[in-house]
Write a protein that binds this ligand. Structure first.
Ligand code: PLP
Length: 443
């Protein structure tokens, strides 16, 4: 039997990717028997690697009992149990969990929660979102509208809702000479405040940001104090703070939620990817009590709902992932392996003429590639360096997540690393060896 169908609508229509047939630990194997070390968790998804026995056992046990019950008729023990678990470990003030099937859906839900909250509390004139350039929040139309990835937005731009985009926190490119990180963060918070005032302080629903930026600019961690200053600005004008931790959350940066490291609590927090670890499609929005209370005391329901929300097998997988995190003390392991990986990368590339910046946290790292290190000039986007790196990496049995810059090529090419939390030091060393070779071949 042929493993390649001519009928799948693949994301790339001019080539068919290899056929993955099995996965174990940090490795995937294709139909030709070739193995690939998964250094990006796909797209920062497979935090426990592949074939984790505890997650598989939990899924089997749930399937044997009940696979699915529609949430307009029933709740399930496993959905209730997962929500309890997520709230126990959530930042203070988070009281409820709304389940979805993935990251874009989570972000769509946050936008609708924000809007409905203001309708319920008698501020329906608030109709505007502010988000950041160089961001990504998903591919559905609402999520795409708040996102700042020009390449992904471009064909759809005329039909997207209008959103104000302010600067991301991007020290390598945008922190000025002589400006401390703290001052830079304050300048960005002031820019947000000015954007709120320009729109009208009582017109804005929410400011939306990835706590640590991921899929657009190659891992952008905030400077100290940035999110605290942003939280203050939001509070000053009654604007909600929505943090998107679809990619950077669920332990990826070394704490369960990346915002823990910033000392801020958002009003709404979106998680996905690592929540189900790739074993099932699941995402969630964690909400502060006042948002939920406003809906409960108002119309009594959230005007939303997808068919697969709270899917029992997905909840079982996610609950098992949380239990493995705790039992195996994986947050500490992410921090330790992250330090190891960081040192490896610095030894490999500190003198590399085309590695402009190495940045990240935990097991979430971005490498920014430049034509000229001194001038930080990006490569010509027409070279499609990121795509060539991916090809060279796959040829060497390595999965990484490279991305190009914006449409105008302003920010150039990046490689994103997000290996499974269970990756050993030997495996991480192999990743950097193969990536070095792939980058040099592509450049
Ligand atoms: N938000 C962020 C920060 C993401 O990185 C992504 C996906 O990469 C999404 C949202 C969308 O998630 P999904 O692809 O599961 O819809």
């Amino acid at each position: 039997m042929s493993t390649v169908s001519t009928h799948v609508f693949h994301r790339h229509l001019q080539r068919t990717p290899p056929t993955a047939v099995s996965g174990k630990g940090v490795y995937l194997t294709d139909a030709q028997g070739k193995t690939y070390i998964d250094a990006s968790g796909g797209a920062a998804v497979s935090c426990l690697g592949h074939g984790h026995p505890d997650v598989l056992a939990a899924m089997h046990a749930q399937i044997d009992k009940l696979a699915y019950a529609h949430t307009s008729f029933f709740t399930t023990e496993v959905a209730e149990g997962l929500a309890d678990k997520l709230i126990q470990s959530a930042p203070q003030g988070m009281s409820h969990v709304y389940f979805v099937s993935g990251g874009s859906e989570a972000m769509e839900a946050t936008l609708k929660m924000a809007r409905q909250y203001f309708v319920e509390i008698g501020q329906p004139q608030r109709q505007h979102f502010i988000a950041r350039k160089q961001s990504y929040h998903g591919n559905t139309l609402g999520a795409l509208a708040i996102g700042g990835n020009q390449w992904r937005r471009e064909p759809f731009a005329p039909i997207l809702m209008p959103v104000t985009h302010v600067s991301p926190c991007y020290p390598y490119r945008e922190q000025q000479a002589g400006e401390t990180p703290e001052k830079y963060g304050q300048r960005l918070a002031l820019e947000l405040e000015q954007a709120i005032l320009a729109k009208g302080a009582d017109q804005v629903m929410a400011f939306i940001a990835e706590t640590v930026g991921g899929a657009t600019a190659g891992v952008l961690a905030p400077v100290p104090g940035y999110f605290k200053a942003v939280r203050e600005v939001c509070d000053r004008y009654g604007v909600l703070l929505i943090l998107d931790e679809v990619m950077c959350g669920m332990g990826r940066t070394g704490t369960l939620h990346a915002c823990e490291q910033e000392g801020v609590v958002p009003d709404l927090l979106a998680v996905a990817k690592g929540l189900g670890g790739g074993y099932q499609p699941i995402g969630a929005v964690l909400a502060q009590a006042r948002i939920v209370d406003a809906m409960r005391e108002g119309s009594g329901f959230f005007q939303h709902g997808h068919t697969y929300l709270g899917h029992a097998v997905a909840c079982a997988a996610a609950l098992a992932v949380q239990q493995v995190f705790e039992r195996d003390n994986l947050m500490a392991q992410v921090r330790a392996r992250g330090d190891f990986l960081q040192n490896l990368m610095h030894s490999a590339w500190d003198e590399h003429p085309h590695v402009g910046d190495i940045r990240g946290r935990g097991l979430f790292w971005g490498i920014e590639l430049v034509q000229d290190r001194g001038l930080k000039t990006p490569f010509d986007p027409a070279r499609r360096l990121h795509a060539r790196i991916k090809q060279e990496a796959m040829a060497r049995g390595l999965m990484v997540y490279p991305m190009g810059g914006t449409v105008d090529g302003q920010y150039g090419d990046h490689v994103l690393l997000a290996p499974p939390f269970i990756a050993s030091e030997t495996e991480l060393t192999l990743v950097i060896d193969r990536l070095s070779s792939a980058m040099d071949a592509a450049i």
